[in-house]
Design a protein around this ligand. Structure first.
Ligand SMILES: Cc1cc2nc3c(=O)[nH]c(=O)nc-3n(C[C@H](O)[C@H](O)[C@H](O)COP(=O)(O)O)c2cc1C
Length: 335
């Protein structure tokens, strides 16, 4: 019997396929279907710092300045109003998911500054979440901001959130960090139990006729896995935190490569959104089949077997491979 079980953030999971933060966690029925399909845990869609701050400002406005200007206040953040329900409903949904399924439910907070809003970490814990994922999604545009200042803000945020909760804390980060391993080690020191690599940035597009910036979200492809794959391989076994790989996981081969690179788990959004919760069952079946053919007994046995520490040519993850890759095209040129 192939053993697909793994651990992540101290949680015993039946396999390394998690539903990543996405609208798939918005309905109890969908979360039930994810569980039935074999998904081992669900990360909730994010509750945003802006939503929490906005709600407390709106309440303040309402209590102190009357209702006239309230309507104006709630036109702020129209996108979030479409994407998400408010903070209270979010907490209620965690409770409802917990009642409906046996698999762990991981709450998700999304923000980039410290402040009173981090209280919600505690509320998410009290609502019954098994762990919390903190998504630090940020696009720095200030010319005076140094990378050190920016990273310090994130580290302060992680330590503030850590102080609020007792449940495990994973931090979902961007790949656009100057020296990722050093930053990862600092996050762990600040209290991260796990790292989620990586945030997939929504790249806005430009409409040249309407002169508008168009927010564009395409679902990922398996091609995108190579960015997190490299960094998981580099970090595996070198920091005291579990690793989750997200971005570009679509097939059994993608999950197995992630595990071999050193991920404790993978998190899927695009594939499950495009094909439905049942797709998880197919991927799990394909994984078992492949592992049987190649005589692997367990996921734990495979974890990190192709990390930088374990491969015969560790340079392949670094600069060494760069020249080799560039010159590999020389003989293929037709011009
Ligand atoms: C429609 C959609 C909504 C998402 N919402 C969130 C979110 O609320 N919080 C978050 O941390 N990530 C969110 N993500 C990112 C996913 O959790 C995931 O990390 C990313 O899409 C990469 O995985 P994939 O290649 O499997 O799509 C969202 C992704 C999609 C496609």
């Amino acid at each position: 019997m192939t053993d697909l079980s793994t651990t992540y953030l101290g949680l015993q999971l039946k396999n390394p396929i998690l539903a990543s933060a996405s609208p798939l966690s918005k309905k109890v029925d969908t979360v039930r279907r994810l569980e039935d399909a074999g998904v081992s845990a669900v990360v909730m869609y994010s509750l945003f710092e802006e939503q929490i701050v906005h709600e407390s400002k709106a309440l303040d406005h309402f209590l102190n300045q009357g209702t006239e200007s309230f309507a104006e206040a709630i036109t702020y953040l129209p996108d979030l109003e479409h994407y998400n329900v408010g903070p209270d409903e979010y907490l209620n949904l965690i409770r409802r998911h917990k009642e409906a399924v046996q698999i762990p439910i991981i709450g998700s907070l999304n923000g980039n500054t410290t402040g009173g809003w981090v209280d919600y970490a505690k509320k998410i814990e009290e609502a019954g979440a098994d762990a919390l994922e903190l998504n630090i999604y940020d696009v720095p545009t200030d010319l005076k901001m140094t990378s050190q200042d920016m990273e310090q803000t994130y580290i302060d945020l992680v330590s503030d959130v850590r102080k609020q909760i007792h449940i495990p804390l994973a931090v979902k980060i961007s790949p656009f960090i100057t020296s990722l391993p050093g930053f990862a080690a600092k996050l762990v020191k600040a209290g991260a139990t796990g790292l989620v690599l990586f945030n997939r940035f929504i790249q806005p597009d430009l409409d040249i006729e309407t002169l508008e910036v168009v927010p564009t979200l395409h679902l990922s492809t398996s091609e995108e896995i190579r960015l997190p794959l490299r960094w998981v391989a580099i970090l595996h076994g070198r920091i005291q935190a579990d690793l989750a790989l997200t971005s570009g996981v679509h097939t059994a081969n993608d999950v197995l490569r992630s595990v071999m690179a050193g991920a404790n788990v993978t998190m899927l959004a695009s594939e499950l959104i495009a094909k439905g919760p049942g797709r998880a069952t197919e991927i799990l079946t394909d994984m078992e089949k492949w592992m049987g053919e190649f005589e692997y007994d367990s996921i734990r046995q495979m974890c990190g077997s192709m990390s930088q520490k374990s491969v015969a040519d560790p340079d392949a993850f670094e600069r060494g491979n760069y020249m080799k890759a560039l010159t590999s095209f020389d003989n293929k040129l037709r011009y």
